[in-house]
Design a binder for this molecule. Structure first.
Ligand SMILES: *Cc1c(COP(=O)(O)O)cnc(C)c1O
Length: 382
């Protein structure tokens, strides 16, 4: 049994390089509102990495999803297909437009939207498909893109967790018409709160810039394309301050190292827990998370809800802070009110009760990870 030591948190925000220096620079530059030097630097960097026609920083992935919902033009009566096993914002962004999320079950191996169930959930009111790349592991993007194209639907990637993950060599977030990224402090690359909208269909750029700037053509005005700026469409204030962009710019300089370290940490968990999984006491992801994705998350499965609760309590008693994940949106109060299911929810309901996420953050040490593993083994009497 491991010694009781300081708490191993579930996650921890971090600094890797010039974050504070760049923030000081931003102050020195004399402009703290959005779209100045550091914001432009982040845009250029994201466009280079993703190959997107345009990248726009937002306050959050939630804001990027809300912009995507406006850009897709959905309204009351329209339907949007998505998983139920996701964060609230995936659905809420479309509900704000008056549209109805239609939840489809997930695959057991990746916990991603089951593409085989998507076609039968399509009705004549369906306007978009929103795949979520859970744990940074890609959805089956070829089949989803084909379904979207055949049915003239928007394909909007919720790539909040998927920075640096790829599907057949293409960056996740760069495949759909639009991609939404998060830089929340729980994600791989962080700016506290933060996000980006990736615009992969250039016809959407002009309107995206207007929506992000309170419905005005301010961006065009600054580029000298119009001689005064005015209210031209609906929108909101979706652009972050230069302070956020400065922090993010410094993090993006180290995205490869951050990703490699997270992949290594996830790999350690998966290797270390394989013997326990072979006894049948826990379930492990069916895919190698470190290879399939960006090392965003490590999860395992307890046998049922009760065992999961006891496991989490046991880990907490050893100062190891592990957590469960989403309450499936179809069983949430707002989900029942604003959305419907488009398939049975067998896998979603089952895994949501059993899933446990282990501590993972930039800079987690092997010693800390070993303590986590030992605490899990201890619970199962290994
Ligand atoms: C984190 C997350 C979001 C929301 O990101 P914010 O930047 O916190 O708004 C949306 N969708 C998924 C799948 C997420 O993991």
């Amino acid at each position: 049994m491991p010694d009781i030591k300081t708490e191993i948190p579930f996650g921890r925000p971090f600094i890797v390089g010039k974050e504070l220096y760049y923030i000081a620079k931003a102050v020195e530059n004399g402009s703290l509102a959005g779209d100045h030097r550091f914001t432009k630097q982040c845009h250029a960097e994201l466009e280079r990495r993703f190959g997107s026609a345009k990248a726009l920083l937002t306050h959050s992935c939630t804001a990027a999803l809300e912009m995507a919902a406006i850009l897709s033009g959905v309204g009351p009566g329209d339907e949007v297909i998505m998983p139920s096993f996701t964060f609230v914002s995936t659905a809420n962004a479309f509900v704000l437009r008056g549209a109805t999320p239609v939840f489809v079950d997930i695959r057991r191996d990746t916990l991603n939207l089951d593409e085989k169930l998507v076609a039968s959930a399509i009705t004549d009111r369906t306007r978009a498909i929103v795949p979520v790349h859970y744990a940074g592991v890609p959805c089956e993007m070829d089949e989803l893109a084909t379904i979207a194209e055949d049915n003239k639907l928007w394909l909007i990637e919720d790539a909040a967790q998927a920075l640096q993950s790829t599907w057949k060599g293409r960056m996740l977030g760069s495949i759909g018409h639009l991609g939404c990224i998060s830089f929340h402090e729980t994600k791989n690359v962080i700016s506290g709160e933060g996000g980006a909208l990736l615009i992969n269909d250039e016809r959407l750029i002009e309107r995206a810039e207007i929506i992000r700037e309170k419905g005005t053509n301010r961006s065009q005005f600054f580029r000298g394309m119009v001689d005064k700026y005015t209210w031209v469409d609906i929108g909101s204030s979706y652009l972050p301050s230069e302070l956020i962009a400065a922090f993010l710019a410094a993090q993006l300089e180290h995205v490869e190292t951050i990703t490699e370290q997270r992949r290594a940490a996830v790999d350690f968990y998966q290797t270390s827990l394989t013997p326990l999984a072979q006894t049948g006491k826990i379930g492990l992801p069916a895919v190698r998370l470190s290879e399939a994705g960006n090392g965003h998350m490590f999860y395992l499965f307890a046998r049922d809800l009760d065992e999961r609760m006891r496991l989490l309590e046991h880990l907490a008693s050893l100062e190891v802070h592990a957590v469960f994940h989403y309450v499936p949106l179809h069983s949430s109060p707002a989900g029942r009110r604003f959305a419907r299911t488009g398939s049975p929810m067998l896998v979603t309901d089952e895994i949501a009760d059993c899933l446990v996420r282990l501590p993972l953050y930039h800079g987690i040490t092997l010693e800390e990870q070993q303590r986590v593993v030992d605490a899990v083994l201890d619970f199962f009497g290994g």
